[in-house]
Design a protein around this ligand. Structure first.
Ligand code: ADP
Length: 996
């Protein structure tokens, strides 16, 4: 079949493969390749990549275009797809006889084409994007310095919406539009910066090192081939199931330097986001189940296959969980060779090579939070690579850089475990935010090869948005996909899962069922049927948590009565033993959250439990170390080191016990009473349930009591302290609106601040569930979280008790906002919204216009740092024209230009309410300023912000004239416009209210 026919026949599949991740990276990479091979003209490229149009629409245009161009273009399109798509996404597509080599541009090829610098930018585009992504700032500086770019060109390139690769492409596009001189400047910049020695290897490594690399690659490849949670239960390989996760820079939260761009895997070790050039340690932090281990595993696999991390000759992967059970004192050399890969050749030479080439070596440490000892920099200094020391000493010195300075280290951890001691030594920090909505879609489709099943699962998720919210966390998404039969069967009588406990009960039943179906079917009392297993594993889980122990020996299993049959259920998996030093089998729970769930089951099902266990579990919110707690409540430690108990205060301990408490709340809810009643006497269940309710209520009271008295004239405001969101989640797990109502009845604040609280869709569901019972409306401040569109939808049930909603920097797009506004229009109290730094475009302005028309008590609309252009401003103006209440309008950092400013000015000229207007950094020139002048005549306006625009003298003259007949305006901000110092001086003298 010809390539053209292949493109036509597979249109739907090609479209899905490129768009299923939701990121435009794939399409843009295909475009780069086609441009570089001259298969697309620049005009074609611009027709395909229309900003604001959906990814699918752009891809369709490309497919149409390529089809009309004929067979050769189709052939190269298929080759480009083959190169760009990850293997799993390629599955099922037919590429005919196209090879990826067809699309790869060799340098020799292009040399002849190098007529002009602009042509070079086009023919070398894929490579330039790669080289530029880590150097955007440097390149912009040079372009700015040479006058090739204006500051607003730079801002456009660095829009926080873009990923580093997209910024690189926008930079190349911008350079092209500036012409040949700018292209030459950029190429020169490349030449100069690349003349510096690259970190790659200078001379050929010795033979021993090459064969060591080969062995290490094959060890790492074997270790990372399968996902651990699939071990024993099915054989899905990482390659088949890996789905892109959302990574963000941790420092991306300031208004001065907004950053929402998604990052790719290579950015973990790349230059992007570097805060401290001197430091070697990169931290990737994320909640339990957010995909930290899997991300590292993916990096390992890519390195082992030579598909990424090309700058690193050797990669040494470590698991802190396993390092924790290393009791010997080791030298660095032993640590590398014993824990990662034993050299067959001359060890001295290999180790010397490592010491001599630190910049070619990468260490990864997974799960720092699971280390027995918290990171401390008061640890003994240890710089000698051959001298022995306890493993934590080695690790801490490595991370600080006292040992093996120059070796790049990537560490993953849960956020709670990273204190200021470690932060001081970080090169940068990345936050892992789980799957995007597109990622969930992609994961489910990969998990279910049968597309009809995948579609049904996705439909079922979309009809249960609470569950969809949970699926943003990959481990939940995995469980839900795994239990698809149970999920799809839910329509018939059973309620679909709503809470995390529901999801874990579903997998519990699924695993039990799997074993039972080999013998007989399970009855309604399935928990009771497997009570022994639950108690054995529960005890193991609980004692493990108390001792920060996550890997268990056969003896430890025996102590808790765990039988072969219990092991066969599949909740425990064999540990990957990196160390060949021990022969005994080790086990761990499928995932740490599973260990917490079994600990919770133990607390609920064990009828002989100490009565103080539940209250003590919930007292954890204070985060105070509780001396004696573990011995009394969590049993004695399993592992004893030479008679001394292991130190139990690791950083993972509190979050693990919090997860356990969340499950305890869920299990003790009324909804699961009948399920547990066969295993537990009713009065005991009731007593435990009451204990939980009392703990939650007391916990909340404590938070409410901590609310300071308001300063006179200010609102009573509560800033959530650690533990608040956790308590809210526990209340949600109980699914009892009476409890939610009773707790909320006592909260009296006007403003609830939950900024930087790691609030994602899951937390939004819980918050809305509880907050909807507030007696009086509040301002809900959720700035700098990762609410996203699904989270916004989850918040809707509490919108009626919000007079203001602050959602700055939350990765929200037009779709999410449309739903929020649709509901907001019906909520009487809803009067203010702040959406600075999200992903809004002109597509959402119509719904704001509708809001403004419909709600004549709406006060404040802030849409700064989004992607609104003149067209959007025009639509907004349609609403403004009919509104009689708006006081604050903020459009800082959009691109409305003169035309947009004119439309807004026109619509607001008769406003009797507007007090504050910001059009800062919007490309507004003098025409816009003159159009705004009549607003100044308006009697209510107090502040007009026009900083960072391109207004000249003509525009300011209009403003001065308008100010002459106005007394209400206090300030007009004009800093950063196109005025000379002399003009500024003169105009300030004439009108002191102008601020330059
Ligand atoms: P963490 O280390 O943050 O606790 P894991 O990496 O262990 O989380 O992820 C838990 C489970 O979620 C994995 O075993 C896997 O099933 C699923 N998962 C996590 N990340 C991904 C991913 N990127 N692609 C596919 N599945 C993933």
């Amino acid at each position: 079949m010809s390539a053209r026919q292949l493109v036509l026949r597979q249109r739907a599949e090609l479209l899905r493969a490129l768009c299923c991740g939701g990121s435009s990276e794939g399409l843009e990479s295909v475009l780069d390749l086609l441009l570089s091979r001259g298969m697309l003209f620049w005009e074609d490229y611009q027709n395909v990549r229309v900003p604001g149009r959906t990814l699918c629409a752009n891809t369709r245009v490309l497919l149409d275009l390529v089809y009309t161009k004929g067979d050769e273009t189709c052939r190269l399109l298929l080759a480009a797809f083959k190169q760009v798509l990850p293997e799993a996404q390629r599955a099922g597509l037919s590429f005919g006889n196209c090879r990826t080599a067809d699309i790869e541009n060799t340098r020799d090829d292009t040399k002849e084409l190098h007529g002009t610098a602009i042509q070079t930018l086009q023919t070398d585009r894929p490579g330039l994007v790669r080289r530029l992504r880590d150097r955007i700032e440097g390149a912009l500086e040079v372009l700015l310095h040479t006058g090739s770019f204006t500051p607003s060109d730079c801002d456009e390139v660095q829009l926080p919406l873009y990923t580093p690769s997209q910024q690189a492409r926008r930079l190349l596009d911008q350079v092209r539009s500036k012409g040949e001189p700018a292209a030459k400047v950029l190429l020169q910049y490349f030449q100069q910066t690349e003349d510096h020695p690259s970190p790659s290897i200078q001379e050929a490594p010795p033979k021993e090192c090459l064969s060591y690399q080969k062995k290490l690659r094959s060890t790492v490849s074997a270790q990372s081939h399968f996902l651990s949670t699939y071990g024993g239960t099915s054989s899905l390989s990482l390659e088949d199931i890996y789905t892109e996760v959302q990574l963000e820079l941790a420092q991306g939260g300031s208004e001065a330097q907004p950053q929402t761009g998604a990052l790719g895997l290579e950015d973990v070790v790349g230059l992007v986001g570097t805060l401290n050039q001197e430091a070697d340690t990169v931290l990737v932090s994320g909640e339990a189940g957010s995909g930290k281990s899997t991300l590292l595993q993916r990096l390992h696999l890519l390195w082992a296959r030579g598909a990424a991390l090309h700058d690193f000759f050797l990669l040494f992967p470590f698991s802190c969980r396993r390092l924790s059970s290393e009791q010997r004192e080791l030298s660095l050399r032993e640590l590398l060779f014993l824990h990662c890969c034993w050299p067959d050749g001359d060890q001295d030479r290999i180790f010397q090579f490592i010491l001599d080439h630190p910049h070619l070596i990468l260490f990864t440490f997974d799960g720092l939070d699971e280390l027995m000892q918290s990171f401390s920099d008061s640890e003994q200094r240890h710089c000698c690579p051959t001298q022995c020391a306890p493993v934590p000493t080695l690790l801490f010195n490595l991370l600080q850089g006292s040992l093996m300075k120059g070796v790049r280290k990537v560490v993953t951890s849960r956020p709670e475990a990273v204190g200021p001691n470690l932060k001081r030594y970080l090169r940068k920090e990345l936050l892992l935010k789980g799957f995007s909505p597109g990622g969930i879609d992609c994961f489910v489709r990969k998990h279910h090869r049968d597309p009809t099943v995948a579609t049904r699962v996705l439909e079922s998720l979309r009809s249960n948005t609470a569950l969809l919210g949970l699926c943003h966390i990959p481990v939940f998404c995995w469980i839900v996909s795994k239990c698809y039969k149970e999920l799809l069967g839910c329509g018939e009588g059973e309620a679909s899962p709503q809470t995390i406990t529901d999801v874990y009960l579903m997998i519990l039943q699924h695993f039990f069922q799997r074993r039972a179906s080999q013998r007989n079917t399970m009855g309604i009392g399935w928990v009771q049927e497997h009570q022994d297993t639950a108690l054995h594993l529960g005890q193991l889980a609980m004692e493990g948590l108390g001792a920060s122990c996550y890997v268990f020996t056969g003896t430890e299993l025996q102590k808790c009565g765990v039988t072969e049959e219990d092991i066969c259920m599949g909740f425990l998996i064999r540990s990957k033993d990196l160390s060949s030093s021990t022969n005994c089998k080790h086990y761990e729970f499928l995932h740490i959250t599973m260990q917490c769930f079994f600990a919770a089951l133990y607390i609920v099902l064990n009828n002989n439990l100490d009565r103080s266990t539940i209250p003590k579990l919930f007292q954890l919110q204070d985060r105070q170390p509780q001396p004696g707690f573990h011995r009394m409540c969590l049993g004695h430690c399993l592992i004893q080191q030479e008679g001394a108990l292991k130190e139990a205060n690791t950083a993972a301990e509190t979050p693990n016990l919090q997860i356990t408490a969340t499950f305890v709340s869920g299990l003790l809810s009324q909804r699961h009473r009948s399920l547990l009643l066969l295993s537990c006497p009713g009065p005991t269940l009731d007593r435990k349930s009451k204990q939980v309710v009392t703990c939650l209520s007391k916990g909340m009271q404590k938070h409410f009591k901590s609310i300071p008295r308001p300063v006179e004239g200010e609102k009573k405001s509560m800033h959530a302290m650690p533990g608040f969101v956790w308590l809210i989640k526990c209340i949600h797990e109980m699914q009892d609106s009476r409890i939610a109502r009773d707790t909320m009845a006592k909260l009296e604040v006007e403003h609830l601040k939950l900024t930087y609280c790691n609030i994602g869709p899951v937390e939004c569901t819980a918050l809305a569930y509880v907050l909807q019972h507030l007696r009086n409306p509040v301002g809900l401040q959720l700035d700098y979280n990762y609410v996203g569109d699904v989270g916004v939808e989850q918040l809707l049930p509490c919108l009626h008790v919000c007079h203001s909603v602050y959602l700055r920097h939350n990765n929200i797009s037009d779709e999410g906002i449309r739903k929020l506004i649709e509901k907001g229009i019906q909520c009487e109290h809803f009067q203010k919204i702040a959406l600075f730094n999200n992903k809004l475009t002109d597509a959402c302005t119509e719904c704001f216009a509708h809001l403004l028309k419909m709600k004549q008590n709406f006060l404040s609309l802030r849409l700064g740092n989004n992607n609104i252009t003149a067209a959007g401003a025009g639509q907004l103006a349609e609403g403004l024209r009919f509104n009689r209440s708006l006081q604050f309008l903020g459009l800082w950092g959009n691109k409305i230009g003169d035309k947009g400013a004119e439309a807004i000015a026109n619509a607001l000229k008769d406003s009797q309410t507007l007090v504050w207007l910001s059009l800062v950094d919007n490309g507004v020139g003098s025409a816009g300023a003159c159009a705004l002048a009549p607003l100044i005549k308006n009697s209510t306006l107090e502040e007009l912000w026009l900083t960072k625009n391109c207004i000249t003298r003509t525009g300011v003259e209009c403003l001065i004239l308008a100010l002459e007949s106005n007394t209400s305006v206090k300030a007009v901000w004009l800093r950063g416009n196109e005025l000379s110092p002399e003009e500024v001086e003169e105009m300030t003298q004439r009108e002191p209210r102008l601020t330059f």
